[in-house]
Design a protein. Structure first.
Length: 212
């Protein structure tokens, strides 16, 4: 793979607008995405009813996610046109699609197309908790093999929880936990690992969907 297609590892604190504070805000926002599947799959009715009442339109949770992706894409286009970054973003994101938008796009697509709620839960929480863990372990200088091992163990717990409490299958645990970790590993210029960590497992889950 050519140098123009990959990026080198950088210190996320040094690259963050706002330094350590911006980095911590970024991590906190990442972890907060864990609430999204709960809202989308379990607590969506009040929001759908509210939007339907005030707009006199027939809303669904899928329509809300769809319009959210569209608005986000338009907003990101404007931000890139202006070449600005906000607190918590990385400096180089002034000229490329931000990790925040890539992550939101991946989460949105997972909500719309995950074969089941349990799979959607597991993919999104694997991203929201797994990505910060992997990043912080690397930042501390941990050996890459240990990073992959600890990441896989955490994500195995997440997928096991989804299999126990929801409708994900147990056989998915040993496949999708390491898959989600591996999906974070590529360092590509044209797509952030916030997207690959959700879209790659989503694509594989869709392939397996007829057998679930």
């Amino acid at each position: 793979m050519s140098d123009t297609e990959t990026v080198e590892m950088t210190d996320p604190v040094e690259q963050s607008v706002g330094g350590k504070g911006g980095h911590l805000l970024r991590r906190a926002f990442h972890v907060s995405m864990s609430f999204i599947p709960f809202v989308y799959y379990l607590w969506y009715e009040p929001l759908v009813d509210f939007l339907s009442d005030i707009s006199n339109l027939s809303w669904t949770k899928e329509k809300i996610v769809s319009i959210g992706i569209i608005v986000m894409a338009i907003g990101e286009g404007i931000r890139l046109k202006l070449g600005v970054t906000i607190y918590g973003q990385r400096k180089y994101e002034a000229h490329q699609v931000s990790a925040l938008v890539w992550g939101a796009f991946g989460v949105g697509m997972t909500c719309l197309y995950a074969p089941s709620a349990g799979i959607g839960f597991a993919i999104i929480i694997s991203l929201s908790l797994g990505d910060p863990l992997l990043g912080e372990l690397r930042r501390k200088g941990m050996d890459e093999n240990k990073v992959m091992l600890y990441g896989s163990l955490l994500l195995a717990l997440i997928w096991s929880g989804s299999a126990y409490w929801s409708d994900a299958s147990w056989w998915m645990v040993p496949i999708f936990a390491p898959l989600c970790v591996l999906a974070e590993k590529p360092r590509l210029r044209f797509i952030d690992d916030n997207a690959t960590m959700s879209l790659i497992p989503l694509a594989v889950a869709m392939v397996f969907a007829p057998w679930l």
